[in-house]
Design a protein around this ligand. Structure first.
Ligand SMILES: Cc1cc2nc3c(=O)[nH]c(=O)nc-3n(C[C@H](O)[C@H](O)[C@H](O)COP(=O)(O)OP(=O)(O)OC[C@H]3O[C@@H](n4cnc5c(N)ncnc54)[C@H](O)[C@@H]3O)c2cc1C
Length: 382
């Protein structure tokens, strides 16, 4: 059993760490608070090939292993979790295309997506259905060589930059079981009847947009049906989400690590009652818990990622990693705020952003209660 990174993985982590220190950390607080889109950071991520993380080399990507993929999300989130969002659903869209796309679809989109010349996201959630994806209302009716798509998606991250955007629809609304009537259509920007609505105002996760997406009779060519066969959409989306939870777990580790580091540094500087607050046992207990939990979350994430690398089915394992790590991120960001006292509540420090960013980790890509039910179902079945 080896709990260490390989030499290559450690070198890759150092490369990403250097990039975050140089190009993300110095601007994160100001850009996040002002709502500025991180164009320059995105440009650098393109040059580094990060948009092609999950694109196989034959289609122009860097096709990295799942542990290295986790390292990218941890390191970026240590600097600014919102920036990781630019890569998150884009990578999942690439994964879905690489796994399920027809040869023609892969050739048409993957090289540009790998280069970041095209970007993507993933549109599943609707105003009336998030956890219950089989309850979506968006429909696609076939008319000759295209589908006519009607519906509304919400909370779609990267929507304004996505081209194409994978959209989950019902191609057979009467199918039983319901998932047999669900498909994914790759909707291209500029398709008449397809539009991106307002950016949704949000607590944190700034730096990347989350929007409403409207499909009002959008005509999508039949050739844009992912994999070319109807009825596979839910399965395609869930297999991407199963892998995607590694990225949410890793982002959570990044947030928790940053909270811990900032709390440790502050506790050595801040003095009260004639000594650094790090000398008080109450503060030490918090630091010890944070350091222990963040390392446990990291190892759980690497473990789930290495099982995915071994080609195993990992819905329970990635679910456990995401569940645990996101709860650690919530606790660590709150404890870091307590250790910072009033300054933790100030926008002049970074703690308040970590505290605002952490809760999304417990909501996105499967709420933690949904993951608990998924894990428990498997335990009971076994
Ligand atoms: C900032 C942000 C970005 C997002 N980005 C995207 C994106 O890019 N693409 C996308 O498709 N979606 C995106 N989402 C949506 C996100 O995936 C959903 O919010 C999430 O899946 C939960 O769905 P919901 O909000 O509809 O909550 P609901 O499904 O309505 O859940 C509400 C509550 O009920 C609980 N609940 C529901 N069903 C059960 C059950 N069976 N058992 C126990 N408890 C249950 C949930 O755990 C939760 O606590 C984003 C959301 C946010 C906030």
């Amino acid at each position: 059993m080896d709990f260490e990174l390989s030499e290559q993985q450690a070198a890759f982590r150092d490369l990403i760490r250097g990039f975050v220190r140089r190009s993300i950390a110095p601007v994160a607080r100001e850009w996040e608070l002002s709502g500025r889109y991180p164009e320059e950071i995105v440009a650098e991520m393109k040059t580094m090939g990060l948009f092609g993380m999950l694109v196989p080399a034959e289609h122009g990507g860097i096709g990295i292993d799942a542990v290295s993929y986790a390292l990218v999300f941890e390191e970026i989130s240590r600097g600014w979790m919102g920036v990781a969002g630019v890569l998150g659903t884009h990578s999942l869209a690439c994964l879905m295309l690489a796994r399920h796309g027809t040869p023609e679809q892969k050739g048409r989109w993957l090289p540009d997506l790998a280069a970041g010349e095209r970007r993507s996201g993933i549109a599943l959630t609707e105003p009336g259905a998030g956890s219950d994806l089989q309850g979506i209302q968006a429909t696609a009716r076939r008319e000759g060589d295209h589908y006519v798509v009607r519906g509304t998606k919400t909370w779609i991250t990267n929507a304004r930059h996505a081209d194409p955007l994978p959209v989950l629809v019902k191609t057979d609304p009467d199918a039983q079981p319901r998932h047999r009537g669900m498909s994914i259509l790759m909707v291209e920007a500029g398709t008449p009847g397809f539009s991106v609505g307002k950016d949704l105002p949000k607590l944190g996760y700034r730096g990347t947009e989350s929007c409403e997406v409207l499909l009002d009779g959008a005509a999508v060519p039949v050739g844009n049906l992912l994999g070319g066969v109807e009825g596979k959409g839910l399965q395609q989306a869930l297999s991407a989400l199963e892998f995607g939870r590694i990225n949410i777990a890793a982002r959570s580790v990044g947030i928790a690590q940053a909270a811990y580091e900032k709390a440790l540094a502050y506790s050595k500087e801040r003095r009260a009652f004639g000594q650094p607050i790090a000398e008080f046992q109450a503060v030490q207990l918090k630091l010890a818990d944070m350091a222990t939990e963040v390392q446990a979350a990291r190892l759980l994430t690497w473990w789930a990622a290495s099982l995915a690398d071994a080609g195993r089915r990992t819905d329970v394992e990635t679910g456990m990693a995401k569940l645990f790590a996101s709860e650690v991120a919530l606790r660590s960001s709150l404890d870091a705020m307590r250790i910072h006292g009033g300054y933790g509540y100030s926008q002049e420090f970074e703690i308040e952003r970590l505290y605002r960013d952490a809760p999304l980790m417990a909501i996105g890509e499967g709420t933690n209660d949904i993951l608990r039910t998924l894990i428990a179902r498997q335990l009971v079945r076994d």
